[in-house]
Write a protein of this length. Structure first.
Length: 225
C-alpha cells in the first residue's frame, strides 16, 4: 500500500485529508479529542481560488500575514470564514485589522491594543510570546509576560484568549517540545484558554503539548515560492 510520507505536492483536498488524519493520530495519542484542535490554513501568498478550494473541502479558518494582501481576499470570499491575523501588527493598522479579522494572534505592544480596541467589532486576541527570548524576535519575553498580560486585560473590543508563539529555528520537530511545553505552562499560570502553536513541520508535537490552534500553510497549499 502506498504510504504518503511527503504529501506537499498533492491536491489541496488531499493535503487537507492527510492533515486531518495526522491531527487525529496526534490527538488520540495523548487522549485528546481532535475536535479541540482548530486548524488554521495559512493562505498568505496563495490565491483566492486556492482558498476557495480549501473552503469547498470544509475548511473555515484561514490565516493571513499582511493587511494589504488579505483585504481583497476577505472581501471576495464567503462571510462564514474565520480570519486569523498572524503577521506583524503595525500599530497604525491595528484598528483596521481588528475590524476585518476575527482573531489577532500577534499582540505584543500596548499601543497595538490601544488602537485595536477602537474597532467597532469585537476581536479575539492572543499575546505573541518570544518563548526562547531571542534578541531580534517579535513577541513579549517570558519575563515581561505577566506585566503585559495585566495591562492587556481590559481593552474595549479586544478580548484576550491565549498565547501564541512562532518559536526558534530548531533542527527537528521534537526539539520544539520544551518550548511548546513552556508556553502551555505560561498559559496555565495566566488562566487563559487558547494556545496557538505548531506549523507544517511540528504541529503534531504542538498538539501533544496542548495546542488549541495550529497554523499550517505549506502542508496544505504547497510551497509559497
Ligand atoms: C507562514 C506562517 C505559518 C505557516 O507556516 P508553514 O511552515 O508554511 O506551515 C504559521 N505561522 C506564522 C506566524 C506564519 O507566518
Amino acid at each position: 500500500m502506498l504510504r504518503l510520507v511527503y504529501p506537499y505536492t498533492m491536491s489541496i483536498s488531499g493535503n487537507l485529508r492527510a492533515i486531518h488524519h495526522r491531527i487525529e493520530a496526534a490527538s488520540t495519542a495523548v487522549k485528546r479529542d481532535p475536535a479541540t484542535v482548530t486548524l488554521i490554513a495559512v493562505s498568505k501568498m496563495h490565491t483566492v481560488d486556492e482558498i476557495r478550494e480549501a473552503y469547498d473541502c470544509g475548511q473555515r479558518h484561514f490565516g493571513e500575514s499582511r493587511l494589504q494582501e488579505a483585504q481583497p481576499k476577505i472581501q471576495q470570499l464567503p462571510k462564514d470564514i474565520v480570519w486569523h491575523y498572524i503577521g506583524t501588527l503595525q500599530t497604525n493598522k491595528a484598528k483596521k485589522i481588528a475590524s476585518l479579522f476575527q482573531v489577532i494572534h500577534t499582540f505584543c505592544k500596548a499601543s497595538q491594543i490601544e488602537e485595536a480596541s477602537k474597532s467597532d467589532t469585537p476581536v479575539d486576541a492572543l499575546i505573541e510570546v518570544n518563548i526562547a527570548n531571542e534578541p531580534q524576535k517579535a513577541g513579549i519575553s517570558t519575563i515581561e509576560l505577566d506585566e503585559f498580560h495585566q495591562k492587556a486585560l481590559n481593552s474595549g473590543q479586544v478580548h484576550f484568549r491565549g498565547l501564541m508563539t512562532i518559536g526558534p529555528v530548531v533542527p527537528n520537530a521534537e526539539a520544539m517540545r520544551p518550548y511548546f511545553r513552556e508556553l502551555r505552562e505560561l498559559r496555565e499560570k495566566l488562566r487563559l484558554e487558547w494556545l496557538s502553536m505548531g506549523m507544517s513541520g511540528d504541529f503534531e508535537v504542538a498538539i501533544q503539548e496542548g495546542a488549541s490552534h495550529i497554523r499550517v500553510g505549506t502542508a496544505i497549499f504547497g510551497s509559497r515560492l
